[in-house]
Ligand binder design. Structure first.
Ligand code: 8Y4
Length: 351
């Protein structure tokens, strides 16, 4: 496919027109950034061109100074693989976020203390297994899950955050409620993980005031209905544009880019094809200049690919997704099975 010449005009918003995706796998200690996919989106048309770095820069030069500058920034961001976030040093193998659910549907027995004690024990086990972050959540975003009051959500997560202090790992609070963010950080949480990218009432302001690192995830629609009929122009690019817009909103609210991690939100308002489009182009998101997290563990896209099986039987598919994350330079993977994921990533890293 021949490159468009004189295609970009001064009317084009470059940030919604040009994207670059590195084609070589990210490998620890030996990076090969020779080849890229240049993605051009104009008038609703998306065209992809695969080319070497030098021809890409040559094309940019012909398009003008603004394009040189924009592509230069994207390449700089994509090629700076070392990123520090939340006091964690991220080398070129993903760090592991272990999932700690504090929702009644994740326990067979009901009692309050049982819930907290079980979650704390589970968290400590994940630390032993090699987790770098524990993600503590008290609200289920599963379709059909019972709604939880803010008081109940706080009552669930605070004792678990307190019980997991001093383990030598970071704690993230998985919530979309500003009041829960506040209570959780007060109890010792280090990071806010929000599946609505701080779009909730007061969330941006509270996160900025608390001055803790944030994770911004993409979701289309609302948890109850998001899987009904998700529609995109181009899923991977639409997610990119959304995250770019949320980064901008964070910066405007006083949250610095170094304190932002982004996440394309596998399974959140996405069909199997949408999820696969994102999973196949994960490295695109490095152009946004933030560490990237991939959360694919046990999600239903695995069952849709392989034939239905319960969530607990999706470890092999989850490990394949984690390795895809490693190959595309993801800084974090969010997983249920920490020991197993660590073994897979250690072997990948040792190659
Ligand atoms: C079995 C068990 C099958 C759990 C599916 C699930 C993400 C997230 C969730 C994510 C970030 C989940 C809170 C969905 N997913 N946060 N949270 N990224 N940042 N489903 O992908 O695990 S909950």
């Amino acid at each position: 496919m021949t490159l468009p010449v004189g295609f970009i005009t001064s009317d084009d918003d470059l940030s919604k027109t040009l994207y670059v995706r590195p084609l070589a796998p990210y490998r620890q200690g030996r990076f090969a950034f020779g080849f890229y996919e240049l993605i051009v989106r104009k008038n609703g048309q998306v065209t992809r061109y695969q080319l070497g770095r030098a021809p890409l820069m040559e094309w940019a030069q012909n398009e003008g100074e603004d394009v040189v500058c924009y592509i230069g920034t994207l390449l700089d961001r994509t090629e700076s693989t070392l990123k520090n976030y939340a006091g964690l040093q991220v080398i070129n193998t993903p760090l592991i976020m272990g999932i700690v659910n504090v929702t009644p549907d994740s326990f067979s027995d009901g009692g309050d203390n049982f819930d907290a004690a079980t979650a704390i024990a589970h968290g400590k086990m994940m630390v032993k297994a090699g987790a770098d972050i524990l993600d503590i959540g008290g609200e289920s975003t599963r379709p059909g899950a019972a709604p939880v009051s803010i008081e109940e959500e706080i009552r669930r997560v605070v004792p678990v955050i307190e019980g997991l202090q001093g383990q030598g790992v970071k704690i993230s609070i998985d919530t979309r409620n500003a009041a829960v963010m506040e209570a959780a950080v007060k109890a010792g949480a280090d990071i806010i993980n929000d599946v609505t990218a701080l779009e909730g009432a007061g969330a941006l302001e509270v996160a900025a005031r608390l001055d803790v690192p944030v994770m911004l995830m993409h979701m289309q629609g609302e948890p109850q209905t998001m899987q009904a009929n998700p529609v995109y122009d181009d899923c991977a690019l639409d997610v990119y544009d959304y995250l770019a817009e949320r980064i901008k909103a964070c910066e405007a609210a006083g949250i610095q880019r170094e304190n932002i991690c982004i996440d394309p939100g596998i399974g959140f308002g996405k069909t199997l094809d949408h999820n696969l489009e994102v999973l196949n182009q994960l490295a695109l998101y490095h152009g946004l200049g933030c560490p990237v997290l991939l959360g694919a563990s046990r999600k239903s896209f695995i069952a849709k690919i392989c034939g239905d099986m319960p969530a607990k039987d999706r470890l092999p598919g989850s490990l394949a997704a984690a390795i895809q994350g490693a190959n595309t330079g993801m800084q974090f993977v969010r997983v249920h099975d920490v020991a197993e994921t660590k073994q897979a990533l250690d072997v990948w890293t040792a190659q």
